[in-house]
Ligand binder design. Sequence first.
Ligand SMILES: Nc1ncnc2c1ncn2[C@@H]1O[C@H](COP(=O)(O)OP(=O)(O)OP(=O)(O)O)[C@@H](O)[C@H]1O
Length: 378
Amino acid sequence: MQQNTFLELDGIACRYGATQVLNDIDLAIDKGEFVALLGSSGCGKTTLLRVLAGFVAPTAGRVQLRQKDVTSLPPDRRGVSLVFQSYALWPHMTVAQNIGYGLRLRRVAKAEIARRVGEVQSMLGLDGLGERKPAALSGGQRQRVALGRALAVDPEILLLDEPLSNLDARIRLSVRHELRALQRRLGITAVHVTHDREEAMVMADRIVILDAGRIAQQGTPEEVYNRPASAFVAAFMGAENILQLTGSPEGDRFAIAAGPANAGAHVPLAGRPLGSGPVDARFRPEAARIAAAGSALPEGGAVFHGTVLAASYPGGVWRHTIRIGEAEIMADAAQAFAPGDRVDVHVPAEALFLFDRPQTHPPVAPVSRTATAGKVPA
Ligand SMILES: Nc1ncnc2c1ncn2[C@@H]1O[C@H](COP(=O)(O)OP(=O)(O)OP(=O)(O)O)[C@@H](O)[C@H]1O
């Protein structure tokens, strides 16, 4: 265990009946850190949060808080507060009563509850709304009340289960910002569950990406975005273009062999354990640069030869669908290329993520998205 570790999960596994939901989860969180648990639906994010809170008992492993084993402590003795996506406010109680609820359960004196509720209302911009019922509040205000109820009890750890997902896009951005500022100011340790990549990127000190109940990668937003450790993480972080290449390691670089649709290239291995043979190359549409076939392109990186199939304007840049060999990729450019244009697509070395092709599920030969459905191969 590291010296300043505040909250630690050690070999956590969890299952519901016969369904294994979490496996081998090791995670150490520092005091005051904001950690986002990111992953697709059903990967076990909420279950992990419930293990932290004490609502679900792990089938293996330990939860430690301040280096003390709390695995079998009930939720109310862990010093944690949980905020849910659904607010879970008491509809018959006023804003002030909802915020003071946890304090009443703890039998705090009335005058102290009133003082604390007033303080929390001011902190969250809810002054003047204390006598309203939740039904008379906007979504953003309700979410702030739910947050206020969690903060009123002065938790050491704030567990947030998609608390912003019910808010409309604009309010979400401002509550996101408020929540992060508040967490920093109060120095609370926060674990935030989300499936929204951008939300995790802008709010968290550290992102933990879960895949089918295991940690696929953890690191700062910049690390997981720019140095994805697996094809899964790369795809999850937006590098959805995929091209199949071959090559072999040469010293600290990987030599990409020239093919019918790509030039030969050398890119830094950057610590990736690649072998010789087929690799999957992944990259983001915005990382690519498109030029008319045969134009001069920047040095370094990889160049793919293709034909534009379609162009659309989602705003800011033109997004192109380009056929490269048998595959189709997306790439952005400041100006539009026309369908049928022959183009070269350049991807800088640092934005080209190479992974050994998985052996367990051999990929089907790439099929054009425009191919006729149901066509039987000859
Ligand atoms: N009480 C339960 N009993 C049985 N299975 C459950 C229970 N709660 C969750 N599961 C299952 O455990 C798996 C993980 O669920 P969990 O809610 O942790 O996922 P999640 O990543 O938070 O998903 P989402 O983003 O959709 O909320 C899912 O397959 C889910 O169906």
